[in-house]
Ligand binder design. Structure first.
Ligand SMILES: Nc1ncnc2c1ncn2[C@@H]1O[C@H](COP(=O)(O)OP(=O)(O)OP(=O)(O)O)[C@@H](O)[C@H]1O
Ligand SMILES: [Mg+2]
Length: 512
């Protein structure tokens, strides 16, 4: 039997003013895990949307052969009918439906008379959940699950459709190391069952660990396909393909000389909005001028809740504790107050809080700092464009013009717009929540360079990150958070991944 499952030849896809893909080829063998790498905006997600029928036949040029036959999908249902299932970069589960309802959405288990058979739905869901290693109650609303588990539910959903080719677009971007490892294990098991998998990822360590082949895309063109079985394809080698040159280091150098204290919080406590428990429990921390302070914690440890409550977002309730800026106690109960006090919070969840996806790049970048552009209530439009252009240059945002709608930018470039927006408010304290999620290696270096520049100007920077090497590479000091409590504080010179992990998981002893 032919060992090629999928062949895409000469794929060209244009959007108004942009050629996203130009003559791209991709050959995927049966039963392999095939990685796709490339910089932000290289065209990875677009290629997978062409493959899965999101962009129907006729909307692109080129040829797709699946299982030896040419295919022309008019929509995603057609690709699913032959066993191609895509899990998009932005998860698509319906938050308030149950796990089981999500798994069988559009593919309902019906009994006689066409009514949904709930017993079968939940029993089948339980079986599928077990096959991805989840022990969740099928009737629980999906929103109660963390991102890691939601990702597994997406895969369970794919398995319910008899998947032959599973496409994952940055499946581990939002996952911590533990959840990522779990997911990669699952992909290996699916491979053993004969399921072919295409995975897009910016985490090159995962690719070298799991992929059988890697195709590199640059500026909408295929650069090469690397055979990973040979064992000598390194991360450096993949990077060279992605950016066309060697990358000297992952982290720019910085002279660290922290000055006076800028931010201090004391005994900060936040209650869960509905459940009777504290999500942040008596946290105290300080950040000095010219200092980068990291916050390490597992998913659900309360990192984001801590940051959002300091920033005046009323996620939780009954927020108590003291907040000092430059030694003076202040109150920042709303976002507007927080911005006035010089605090900025760049969110990890760009879809929900960070961006207006249907507005243009310019409006998004200026949104939090309009006060600086307005005279007598009028926004100076020319200034606004200049500011947006500056942001675009500083962060190397890949967009045709700053008047393009943000929703048409690639995932990583949207993330850069979020950063740009908060940089423009020129804050004293900048809180970055997962700033490099979904960002390619080259762009990460650019973001680190910008952090260094802010620090050199005497700004205080707080970085929340699930990637411990990133915290170790960028921070002066790192706090660990576990179950809402600060469990440790280490100067970076004394911290290792192991010591941080130990502090991040020490909830049990402290809980009493
Ligand atoms: N709907 C659209 N309309 C206009 N341009 C688009 C649209 N979708 C994608 N593009 C453009 O096509 C190019 C490729 O985008 P794509 O999302 O495929 O990149 P990517 O490789 O997935 O990047 P990332 O790693 O950031 O997710 C980008 O220049 C993007 O702005
Ligand atoms: Mg993408």
């Amino acid at each position: 039997m032919d060992d090629v499952l999928l062949e895409m030849r000469g794929i060209t896809k244009r959007f108004p003013g942009v050629t996203a893909l130009e003559d791209v080829s991709l050959v995927v063998r049966r039963g392999e895990i095939h990685a796709i790498c490339g910089e932000n905006g290289a065209g990875k997600s677009t290629l997978m949307k062409v493959l899965s029928g999101v962009y129907p036949a006729g909307a692109y040029d080129g040829e797709i052969r699946f299982d030896g036959r040419p295919v022309h999908f008019a929509g995603i249902r057609d690709s699913e009918a032959v066993g191609i299932v895509i899990i998009h970069q932005e998860l698509a589960l319906v938050p308030y439906l149950s796990v089981a309802e999500n798994i069988f959405l559009g593919n309902e288990r019906r009994g006689r008379g066409g009514l949904i058979d709930w017993n079968r739905t939940n029993a089948d869901a339980r079986g599928l959940l077990a096959s991805v290693g989840l022990d969740e109650n099928p009737v629980a609303p999906v929103i109660q699950l963390g991102v890691g588990k939601q990702q597994l539910v997406e895969i369970a959903k794919a398995l319910s459709k008899d998947v032959r080719l599973l496409i994952l677009d940055e499946p581990t971007a939002a996952l911590n190391d533990v959840d990522s490892a779990h997911l990669l294990d699952l992909l290996r098991r699916l491979r053993d069952r004969g399921i072919t998998c295409i995975m897009i990822s910016h985490k090159l360590s995962e690719i070298t660990a799991i992929a059988d082949s890697t195709t590199v895309i640059r500026d909408g063109r295929t650069v090469e396909t690397l055979d990973m079985a040979s064992g000598d394809v390194t991360q450096e080698r993949i990077i060279r393909g992605m950016v066309g040159r060697d990358l000297e280091s992952f982290y720019p150098d910085r002279d660290s000389a922290p000055g006076a204290e800028v931010l201090r919080i004391e005994d900060w406590t936040v209650w869960h909005p509905v459940q009777p428990r504290k999500v942040v429990d008596g946290a105290s921390l300080t950040v000095r001028a010219g200092e980068v302070v990291g916050i390490a914690g597992l998913m659900g440890a309360g990192r984001t809740e801590l940051a959002m409550s300091v920033f005046g977002r009323s996620y939780g309730r009954n927020i108590s504790g003291r907040l000092y800026l430059h030694g003076r106690e202040v109150r920042a109960r709303t976002v507007a107050e927080a911005i006035q006090h010089g605090i900025a919070y760049a969110t990890e969840d760009r879809k929900r809080y960070g961006l207006n996806l249907i507005a243009d790049v310019r409006a998004n970048i200026s949104a939090a700092g309009l006060g600086k552009l307005a005279r007598a209530g009028w926004v100076n439009g020319n200034e606004e464009i200049k500011v947006a252009e500056q942001g675009r240059r500083d962060l190397n945002i890949k967009t045709r013009t700053v008047l393009d709608v943000v929703g048409t930018l690639s995932g990583g470039n949207q993330q850069k717009v979020v950063l740009s927006k908060w940089l423009f408010t020129d804050p004293d304290v900048l809180i970055l929540d997962e700033p490099t999620r979904g960002i390619d290696v080259g762009a990460k270096f650019e973001i680190y360079t910008i952090i260094n520049r802010l620090v050199a100007q005497g700004k205080a920077v707080v970085v929340i990150s699930s990637e411990l090497p990133e915290l170790l590479g960028m921070c002066d000091r790192i706090y660990t958070l576990s179950a809402g409590r600060i469990t440790g504080e280490l100067p970076v010179g004394q911290a290792t991944q192991e010591s941080l992990m130990a502090l991040m998981t020490m909830e049990k002893e402290l809980a009493g």
